[in-house]
Design a binder for this molecule. Structure first.
Ligand code: AMP
Length: 284
């Protein structure tokens, strides 16, 4: 695996690859786990032997709020590069902040539009502007044919999908399923913040989503009762719910009085200082 940190260096390495197959890109913030690993393996499959898998590791300051975990976000670079290498990544782009924002924060930024006003966007103002801006920059640098994002960050993939469509990026988006721990907790770099006491309780988020799914699949689910069921289950485990809502999978608008499929159940909750998100898409 080639590792580059500079933009010119990346472009030179990309040119030398002289590809006859697709370049498949997996952007990450590092602190990699099996969820990221699944995205890289999927990328390897899509790229084949004629294409290439490019990953990036960049903890993007502009998507963190002032009181969020930018400074303490884990950065186990040696372990991350070993995993990427093992899974068949061809090229890792790992810039530092001064390479991505040499003159300080970007002056021209991407307006993420109305999908970013709700849920995570309402709780983390500016988050999706930061996400869209860095993804736009990464797409301009990496120039991939295919971009892989995880469904774990449901709203993120929805916002980026809209950006790719509206700004005509020459990249197709592939969304990969969520990889979970054996008890159902969605894998996340932030899970390592959880104490031994907190860790088992974190599974309540996925349990709540499953209870919600059961309610949807057993018949005519009343939206308010469904949202209350999920919220109460998470609260009972001692987490603080930011939201637990049934929404339209495309517009992210909350369901009207009754839930109709397809629907996405989205939840965010805090456990001590750790904020966790998860979702479940129910297509029929
Ligand atoms: P992050 O490093 O958290 O920015 O995540 C990088 C990419 O990995 C994003 O597209 C995430 O949605 C995806 N991802 C993170 N956790 C998981 C997971 N448990 N399963 C599948 N994809 C994931």
């Amino acid at each position: 695996m080639i590792v580059v940190s500079g933009i010119a260096e990346y472009r030179e390495a990309r040119r030398k690859m002289n590809l006859s197959g697709p370049l498949v890109f997996v952007p990450t913030m590092g602190a990699l786990h099996a969820g990221h690993g699944a995205l890289i393996s999927m990328a390897r499959g899509l790229a084949g032997s004629a294409g290439a898998v490019v990953a990036s590791i960049f903890v993007n300051p502009s998507q963190f709020g002032p009181n969020e975990d930018f400074h303490r976000y884990p950065r186990p670079f040696a372990a991350d590069t070993a995993l990427l290498n093992e899974l068949g990544t061809d090229l890792l782009f790992a810039p530092d902040v001064s390479r991505m924002y040499p003159a300080g924060p970007a002056v021209v930024t991407v307006d993420p539009g109305p999908l970013a006003d709700v849920l995570e966007g309402a709780i983390r103002p500016g988050h999706f502007r930061g996400v869209c801006t860095v993804v736009a920059k990464l797409l301009a640098i990496v120039t991939p044919d295919i971009l892989i994002l995880g469904r774990k960050d449901y709203q993120q993939q929805a916002v980026v999908k809209q950006m790719i469509q509206d700004l005509n990026f020459c990249t197709s988006l592939v969304v990969a399923p969520t990889v979970r721990e054996p008890d159902g907790l969605a894998m996340s770099s932030r899970n390592r913040y959880l104490s031994a006491d907190q860790r088992p309780r974190a599974a309540a988020i996925y349990q709540a989503l499953q209870k919600g799914r059961d309610m949807v699949l057993t018949g005519r689910a009343d939206t308010a009762s469904l949202n209350a069921l999920m919220t109460e289950h998470i609260n009972r485990a001692g987490l603080t719910v930011d939201y637990a809502l049934a929404c339209d999978p495309d517009t992210l608008a909350p369901c009207a009085k009754y839930v109709e499929c397809p629907v996405v159940l989205l939840a965010a909750a805090r456990l001590g200082n750790t904020r966790l998100i998860d979702n479940l898409l129910i297509e029929k």
